[in-house]
Write a protein that binds this ligand. Structure first.
Ligand code: NAD
Length: 257
C-alpha cells in the first residue's frame, strides 16, 4: 500500500477528480477526510470507502470560507490525530465565464474566491497541521490552461488556475526545508461533470478534441493516479512542479490525425 498510515484531506471530494482520488487514496491505505459543499455527495463517497473496507470521514467546508477551512483541518487532526497530505482540489468553472468584456464582475469574484482563495485558505490552516506532523505533501489542482491560452474564453477560470500554479511554486520554495512538498497538478480536459456541463454540444466537444493528441478526454481516475504519486513518498524529491496529466496537449503544435 502506497499511503499506509497517512492521513489525507481532499477538497471537492464529492465528485470527479476529488472523488476518484479519495477512493484511490483509501484503497492505498490512507485515512481520508472527504471535504465538499455538497454534503450528500461527500457522505456518499465516505460510504463507498467504508464499504470497500477503508477509513474516511466527511467534513463540510466551503473552501472560500476561513472558518470552514479551519474546521476541516480540525476534523482531520481530531479524528485521525494528524494530517500528512493536503489536496486542495475543489474548484468551479462558471457557465457565464467568458471574455473580459462579457464576464460579469460577480462571476470573476466567485471564481477567484473558490479557486484561488480556497487554495490559500486550505494552506493557511493545513500547513500548520503538516508541520505538526513533521512534514507532508500539498497538491493543488491547477489546469493545463494555466500554461496554454484558449480561443474559447474562460477568462476568470484561466486566471485563477495561473494563480494556483504560481502560488504552488512559491509555497514550495517557502517550505522546501521543512519537509513540506508543494506541487501543482495540471489536468488536461476531462470527461467530468465540470467540463461536460460547459462543452454541452458535440460541436464544442469536437473543437476541443482536435487539440488533444490522444484524441479523447481524460478520465478523473487518470488524474487520481497522478495525485497518488505526488502524495506518496515515491515523489520525495519532487516539489514546485507543474505536474501535467494532459494527454499530450501542452506538447502539441500539430496534433496527429
Ligand atoms: P467536479 O465539478 O466534478 O467536482 C468538483 C467538486 O468540488 C464538487 O463535488 C463540488 O461540490 C465541489 N465544490 C465546488 N465548490 C466548492 C467549494 N466552494 N468548497 C468545497 N467544495 C466545492 O469537478 P472536477 O472536474 O473533478 O474538478 C476538480 C478540480 O480539477 C477543479 O479545481 C477543476 O478546476 C480542476 N480541473 C478540471 C478539469 C476538467 O476537465 N474537469 C481540467 C483541469 C482542471
Amino acid at each position: 500500500m502506497r499511503l499506509k498510515d497517512k492521513v489525507a484531506l481532499i477538497t471537492g471530494a464529492g465528485s470527479g477528480i476529488g472523488r476518484e482520488t479519495a477512493l484511490l487514496f483509501a484503497a492505498e491505505g490512507a485515512a481520508v477526510v472527504v471535504v465538499d459543499v455538497n454534503d450528500a455527495a461527500g457522505q456518499k463517497v465516505v460510504g463507498e470507502i467504508e464499504a470497500a473496507g477503508g477509513k474516511a470521514v466527511y467534513a463540510h467546508a466551503d473552501v472560500s470560507k476561513a472558518a470552514d477551512c479551519e474546521n476541516m483541518v480540525k476534523v482531520a487532526e481530531q479524528t485521525y490525530g494528524k494530517l500528512n497530505i493536503l489536496f486542495n482540489n475543489a474548484g468551479i468553472s462558471h457557465a457565464d465565464d467568458d471574455n473580459a468584456v462579457t464576464t460579469e464582475e460577480s462571476v470573476w469574484d466567485l471564481t477567484m474566491e473558490i479557486n484561488v482563495k480556497g487554495v490559500f485558505l486550505g494552506c493557511k490552516y493545513g500547513i500548520p497541521a503538516l508541520q505538526r506532523a513533521g512534514g507532508g505533501s500539498i497538491i493543488n489542482t491547477a489546469s493545463f490552461v494555466a500554461i496554454l491560452g484558449a480561443a474559447t474564453p474562460q477568462l476568470a477560470y484561466t486566471a485563477s488556475k495561473g494563480a494556483v500554479l504560481s502560488m504552488s511554486r512559491e509555497l514550495a520554495m517557502i517550505h522546501a526545508r521543512q519537509n513540506i512538498r508543494v506541487n501543482a497538478l495540471c489536468p488536461g480536459p476531462l470527461r467530468t461533470e465540470l467540463l461536460m456541463k460547459y462543452l454541452n454540444t458535440e460541436e464544442k466537444k469536437q473543437r476541443r478534441l482536435v487539440h488533444i493528441p490522444m484524441g479523447r478526454f481524460g478520465e478523473a481516475k487518470e488524474i487520481a493516479y497522478g495525485a497518488l504519486y505526488l502524495a506518496s513518498d515515491e515523489s520525495s524529491f519532487v516539489t514546485g512542479t507543474e505536474f501535467l496529466v494532459d494527454g499530450g496537449i501542452t506538447a502539441a503544435y500539430v496534433t496527429p490525425e
